[in-house]
Design a protein. Structure first.
Length: 190
């Protein structure tokens, strides 16, 4: 990935495109790589990644079951928020990932991913505290998906009370997995 579509290419060590099985039912989308991710070229390998691994483990999943990526593929300097023009420049990569993998469920980790994915799907974003833990059926870039926003795992590191909320949201997510007649119906959530 030799992308130079935004200025983040000037400061990155490595792009972090994402990883996971190309037939994953579940895709997780974070915000942007941090320091460790930038060094290794892999998503969620730092402290936030440890929280994410534990959350996945709590519902019987491991990283090898899911596709993990970010809205922005290169690290913003000093972990600042990605800028709108950086998100816009990077979005074609996420779009292609969704078109190719065709996940059934997309978990948006944090407000940047949530807002971006909702807007791309034509849904109104009312903020993470109102949208988290609620599955929404959507058509995203021509793919029928369930969007499931939750808090960013890093939020649990500086706000310990968020950890329990994330755990509850992941339990609800588990209820959506498995599909078919064994899984709970989406209607159970409305
Ligand atoms: N935070 C993110 O949003 N993505 C990563 O890959 C790591 C930390």
């Amino acid at each position: 990935m030799a992308c130079r579509k935004c200025s983040l290419h000037l400061s990155r060590k490595n792009p972090v495109p994402g990883e996971g099985p190309l037939d994953a039912e579940l895709m997780l989308v974070g915000e942007a790589p941090g320091r460790n991710e930038d060094l290794q070229g892999r998503p969620f390998v730092g402290q936030a990644g440890k929280v994410l691994n534990a959350l996945l483990g709590s519902i019987g999943l491991s990283r090898s079951n899911v596709y993990i990526t970010n809205v922005v593929k290169c690290r913003p300097p000093n972990n600042r928020d990605p800028r709108p023009e950086e998100i816009r420049a990077c979005l074609p990569f996420l779009r292609r990932q969704v078109e190719l993998i065709r996940p059934r469920i997309i978990v948006a980790l944090g407000r940047h991913a949530g807002k971006t994915l909702y807007e791309e799907a034509g849904l109104r974003w009312r903020g993470i505290s109102r949208e988290h833990g609620r599955p929404r059926e959507a058509v995203l870039w021509g793919v029928r998906v369930v969007l499931f926003p939750t808090y960013h795992p890093a939020a649990a590191l500086y706000k310990p009370e968020i950890r329990g909320v994330l755990e509850e949201d992941f339990k609800r997510l588990a209820g959506l997995l498995g599909g078919g007649s064994r899984g709970r119906s989406l209607l159970d959530y409305f």
